[in-house]
Design a protein. Structure first.
Length: 287
């Protein structure tokens, strides 16, 4: 059995680790509340914008709007993947990277030339280590994204799509469903897809024309879709980190309890041996 002194040192080490993971769990919980609030606040605006475009877009107008252009074949596509700059968040980045790889393999299998954009240190390090060519790699996005950040991510891609330099753009991000469910998701940002099942249409009086309104709303919709994906990814990262740190804290606590029991047994054995030695020494002196 290990000496009680060695076990005690290990207990101190595990306890220090437990304090660190517990602190990180508390920090992630606080950040998650704020990130979740931003996601919830952004959803009504996004839903309203989507509904307006759905009601305005017609097959005739779709032919006049470059962002609604549906190419016959996708010869060149951009794949944008959002990962985190920091680790200690479980399988969060691994799932995003695997989803991006599967999408790229599928597109290339269909004869599409893929242009790869990677955001976040974890994704950049992974693909750079494996020699994957990246058209763009950035790690300067904040965990509190803004519309300006979203425009930086999708703005140039959208302009190239309008100029027919790209046929499609896909965004790989984390979907924030709740505190424990943050699966990776693939969203086709470009071209903009409009639901065909419209339901009963209200009567509109439009000024200016529907074409002009759409020409203003569609770029806003593309940026907003990217912004929502960034918000959800930021919230999902904090949720994944909170879960990972909570599991680490619970495991450290369980391990610490096991070490305490082992330490008590070792200490008891040492005390028993010391008592036996004292009794043996006393018996030797009497004889």
């Amino acid at each position: 059995m290990a000496k009680s002194r060695d076990i005690y040192r290990r207990m101190k080490s595990v306890d220090n680790t437990r304090k660190i993971t517990r602190t990180m769990e508390m920090v992630s919980t606080a950040k998650l509340r704020q990130a979740q609030k931003r996601v919830i606040q952004a959803r009504p605006y996004s839903a309203g914008l989507t509904d307006v475009i759905r009601r305005l877009a017609t097959p005739e107008l779709a032919e006049l709007q470059p962002l609604l252009r549906q190419p016959e074949t996708v010869l060149r596509a951009a794949v944008i993947v959002l990962t985190s700059n920091r680790g200690l968040c479980g399988a969060f980045n691994v799932n995003l990277i695997r989803t991006a790889q599967a999408l790229i393999e599928e597109l290339e299998g269909n004869g599409t030339e893929v242009e790869f954009h990677v955001y976040g240190n974890k994704g950049i390090s992974y693909f750079r280590f494996r020699g994957v060519e990246m058209a763009l790699s950035r790690n300067d996005l904040s965990d509190r994204p803004t519309n300006e950040d979203a425009d930086d991510v999708i703005g140039d891609v959208a302009r190239r799509f309008v100029d027919r330099g790209l046929d499609a753009a896909y965004l790989v991000h984390a979907e924030f469903r709740n505190m424990v469910s943050t699966p990776p998701a693939v969203r086709r940002i470009l071209p903009v897809e409009v639901e065909e099942d419209r339901g009963p249409e209200p009567f509109f009086i439009l000024d200016p024309s529907a074409e002009e309104i759409l020409s203003q709303l569609l770029p806003l919709y593309v940026t907003n879709s990217t912004f929502r994906a960034m918000l959800e990814t930021a919230a999902a990262e904090q949720a994944a980190r909170r879960t990972a740190m909570k599991n680490a804290t619970d495991n450290a606590e369980e391990f610490l309890n096991d070490l305490r029991r082992t330490y008590n047994r070792a200490r008891q054995a040492e005390i028993t041996n010391q008592i036996a030695e004292i009794i043996g020494g006393a018996d030797a002196l009497e004889s």
